[in-house]
Design a protein. Structure first.
Length: 437
């Protein structure tokens, strides 16, 4: 693999793409440390230190922003608005016929959907930026911090609008940087920025575990976490690469004097067909009742129940609800992202069939059966991986944003594998050996 990277840097055009990508990464990380106007930076740093990594409701968004959310910087929202907009457009494609027609138009339709995603990203950035500013002004961003009320000293309307505009502009810049990496870099720009955001929080999280440890100065806990992380990476790589290959045979056709078709191929059905989306959905849905309870007044019974059962990651009700939501959203997302009837119709149109299965409706029913069978282990796998932070919370007294948690490790491994495949394909196009020999 090291030889493959050396050859990548020795190839002039590929070296330019890698260096350009590294430059964009540096610019992105610089933006996560520039505070926006109207924020008392010293008060923010005081509250961040007092929080000691317990980021509560904002942990997921803070992870996707590379720690910039709680710092209230220009890139505080990170790529979370773009991710949310992409997921919403993907879900609406199934519901709205116009979007479904655009998806089938090829490159022109995809370009139009991308433009809609950009518009929705700006709208979500304004909405989330307003919510973040309101939370910071009220002091609820850091509960229990003595300096929280002074984070935004000037609470005038002009200052608030300026802060929202700065964060919205920062989100637009992040979106532009991601598209630059996609066009002029090594590809997968948004995924790479997401990778960098999550990886940037690893060193501080690991060092916090070492400082909190009691065995041999914390080095025993530190080493155990590293070993657990490596085992999890191996497990995630194994499952992410696992797939059920459904064989497909195409009938031979004679057009004039030439013979077409007669080839054999397969439909790759991944065990984890949904990726990391169910974990994000489940985490976001569990944040809603806790967020409502946090801003609700009074001391009603439902508020106490939510605060007791749905805000602590080690509570049995929270664990069971989180696991069941992940399983549900896995089946839900697979059902809307893979249409067996459409695949069966396309196979029938081009003369393809599954050996032993009749074309048409029987093929669609067979694909649905296979997909349901492999989605069960995929959903259970996602649930177990997502519960690792809870086990870390109990075993190592770590915070809920355990560095090798479910969402982070899935994204890190998935993006890493895809990036390596991108570089490998470009190496093989130039008659070089790839990373995998």
């Amino acid at each position: 693999m090291l030889t493959g990277f050396a050859r990548a840097f020795r190839t002039p055009d590929l070296r330019k793409k890698l260096l350009f990508t590294l430059f964009i990464i540096v610019v992105y990380r610089l933006g996560t440390h520039i505070p926006i106007p109207g924020v008392n930076y010293k008060a923010v740093q005081t509250c961040v230190k007092e929080a000691s990594g317990n980021q509560g409701l904002f942990g997921l968004v803070n992870m996707f922003s590379g720690g910039a959310l709680l710092q209230i910087t220009v890139f505080a929202l990170g790529i979370m608005p773009y991710i949310t907009a992409s997921i919403i457009l993907q879900l609406l494609t199934v519901v709205i016929p116009r979007l479904e027609a655009l998806k089938k138009e090829g490159q022109a339709g995809t370009t139009k959907i991308t433009q809609y995603t950009r518009y929705l990203t700006v709208a979500l950035a304004i909405l989330q930026g307003t919510g973040l500013v309101a939370t910071a002004r009220s002091g609820a961003l850091f509960n229990g911090c003595s300096a929280a009320p002074s984070i935004v000293p000037n609470q005038s309307i002009f200052t608030t609008i300026t802060m929202v505009i700065c964060m919205t502009a920062g989100t637009c810049v992040v979106m532009w940087l991601g598209e630059l990496v996609t066009d002029k870099g090594i590809g997968n720009g948004m995924s790479i920025l997401m990778f960098i955001s999550i990886a940037a929080t690893f060193p501080s999280a690991l060092w916090a575990i070492k400082k909190q440890g009691t065995l041999a100065g914390g080095w025993i806990e530190f080493g155990t976490v590293i070993i657990v992380g490596l085992v999890m990476v191996g497990l995630v790589v194994f499952v992410e690469q696992a797939q059920r290959r459904v064989p497909v045979q195409y009938a031979k056709r004679m057009i004039g004097r030439r013979s077409y078709g007669g080839t054999s191929t397969y439909i790759p059905l991944k065990v984890n067909q949904a990726g990391v989306i169910p974990v994000i959905f489940a985490s976001s849905l569990l944040y809603i009742p806790a967020l409502v309870a946090q801003f609700a007044g009074g001391n009603s019974g439902w508020k106490q129940w939510v605060t007791t059962n749905l805000t602590k990651g080690d509570h049995p009700v929270y664990i069971v609800t989180y696991f069941l939501l992940i399983v549900f959203f896995t089946f839900f997302y697979v059902a809307i992202s893979f249409n067996p009837e459409e695949v069966a119709d396309n196979m029938k149109k081009y003369g393809g069939f599954i050996p032993g299965i009749r074309a048409g409706r029987p093929t669609a029913e067979y694909l649905s059966y296979v997909l349901n069978r492999i989605t069960w282990p995929g959903s259970l796998y996602l649930g177990v991986i997502a519960l690792v932070p809870t086990m870390a919370l109990v075993g190592f007294n770590a915070n809920q944003n355990f560095p090798f948690g479910g969402t982070s490790i899935l994204i890190i491994v998935g993006v890493g594998l895809e990036t390596v495949k991108q570089i490998e394909s470009q190496l093989q196009q130039r008659n070089y050996e790839g990373f995998l020999r």
